[in-house]
Ligand binder design. Structure first.
Ligand code: PLP
Length: 446
């Protein structure tokens, strides 16, 4: 064990000396060393086991080290590690077939990318070329990725230092009843007023200048706001009226996270382009992509699509996707996510809300839940300001970790986003740790 600790210590020291981390002030971070993972658990450098209620960056939908996926990657590595995108390859062909077997009719073609951000870059490029228009409308309170256009599409503070004047992106407000921009008191009012607002933004921006409206079907990092009934259908109607492409970003919400294969299935609207990544192969090998509807795909039947990547449809990544999707089908992983959310996580979180004054709202579906933590339930003042943290939040998160739970946190929220495969006992174990950690947050309230 001492040897393992020494090795983990060396890993940490090399990291601090040579690894430059995402979104961070490099001198102010202290990354947790992870040495192993299995199912819903990870192990840190001191040998502590932590229950992973983050699914890392909400991507290990099938859990850590699923044996069928690990075996498929090893088998593909032995057979053919890499091949250029211009060739046809069995892993890529089968991954595309399996992905589109879960999308609505007409959405039958896949352009593979390396991750979610470049999936959004390409979806927007397709929409711009298809419509001959430039502008793109996206929500405040959204995340679409860290690359150039994707970060400009993002509606959170990570965009601010990356903004370009010529990005062509215009932001609008989506429905979020708990912090309603529209003075709404019911879901129906919020829905109607959010759609009227979007309609107005489209009118003011000039419908004939707008290539696409891009939405996370259920916004993820921004707070897991499941849209009210009718919202996605209303967006679809606005797009149809003006010839605007409807792009659903399913990078985080897709592949079982909400208890459906794709989160837009909760509404009655079908997008024109679907972007995906993360859950498609649980991130075992980087992979993302765009599912393209027939009309947009036809734009590029006799006109070359001006975009590509050396690793588009990489065999190791697509073989991992094939094994992941088959395992999810065979083991009824998506159905399990829906049931565990409805029967165990949701009721368990509502029970916590009865006992902790710091919980302002619980919302979510499947294995995709947010706890909105507040300093005051009446005023709904968040426990940390928008775009920032606070001692109360930091101490609560530290208490989760000390108790053996790895949470996903953003500003004043804790997200409960375990793998889709999480068991009822694991959920109960995690909620018990969260229960004790929330006492720390309660202690900060007046
Ligand atoms: N879109 C959404 C909704 C996401 O949550 C993310 C990542 O968290 C992305 C896009 C970007 O994906 P990636 O980090 O794989 O580029």
């Amino acid at each position: 064990l001492d040897e393992a600790r020494a090795e983990a210590r060396r890993t940490y020291e090399l990291d601090r000396a040579h690894v430059f981390h995402s979104w961070s002030a490099q001198a102010e971070i202290s990354p947790m060393t992870i040495t192993a993972s299995a199912g819903s658990y990870v192990w840190d450098g001191d040998g502590n086991r932590l229950l992973d209620f983050s699914s890392q960056l909400v991507n290990t939908n099938i859990g850590h080290q699923h044996p069928k996926v690990v075996a498929a990657i090893a088998a593909q590595a032995a057979k053919l590690c890499t091949i250029a995108p211009q060739h046809a390859n069995d892993a890529r062909s089968e991954a595309a077939r399996l992905i589109t077997s879960h999308t609505p009719d007409g959405l039958d073609k896949v352009f593979f990318t390396n991750a979610g951000a470049d999936a959004n870059e390409h979806a927007v490029r397709m929409a711009r070329l298809h419509t001959g228009r430039y502008k793109v409308l996206t929500r405040y309170r959204s995340y679409h990725g860290g690359t150039d256009t994707a970060i400009n599409m993002t509606g959170d503070p990570r965009r601010w230092p990356n903004d370009h004047a010529n990005s062509g992106v215009v932001h609008f407000f989506g429905p979020f009843l708990y912090r309603s921009r529209f003075h709404a008191e019911t879901e129906q009012q919020e829905c109607e007023r959010a759609l009227a607002h979007l309609d107005e933004v489209v009118r003011m921006e000039g419908p004939s200048t707008i290539a696409a409206i891009v939405l996370e079907s259920v916004p993820g990092t921004a707070g897991i706001m499941v849209p009210p009934p009718g919202y996605l259908a209303g967006v679809r109607e606005i797009c149809d009226r003006h010839g605007i492409v409807f792009i659903a970003d399913e990078v985080m919400a897709g592949f079982g996270r909400t208890g459906r294969w794709f989160a837009f299935e909760h509404g009655d609207a079908v997008p024109d382009l679907i972007t995906f990544a993360k859950g498609v192969n649980s991130g075992y090998v980087p992979l993302g992509g765009v599912v393209i509807d027939a009309e947009i795909a036809a734009t590029f039947d006799h006109r070359p699509y001006p975009g590509g990547l050396t690793y588009s449809g990489h065999p190791l990544a697509t073989a991992a996707a094939v094994a992941t999707i088959r395992a999810m089908e065979d083991e009824h992983v998506v159905e399990h996510a829906a049931t565990i959310g409805a029967e165990v996580i949701g009721p368990g979180l509502h029970d916590l809300a009865q006992r902790h004054r710091c919980i302002g709202e619980i919302r979510g579906a499947g294995v995709f839940w947010a706890l909105e933590l507040v300093a005051d339930r009446d005023s709904r003042e968040p426990l940390a300001p928008y775009g920032s943290s606070s001692p109360a939040m930091n101490e609560t998160i530290a208490a989760c970790k000390a108790g053996g739970l790895l949470p996903f946190a953003n500003f004043n929220r804790i997200h409960v986003v375990p793998p889709c495969t999480v068991t009822a006992d694991e959920v109960r174990e995690g909620l018990a740790i969260l229960d004790r950690a929330l006492d720390v947050a309660d202690g900060h309230l007046g």
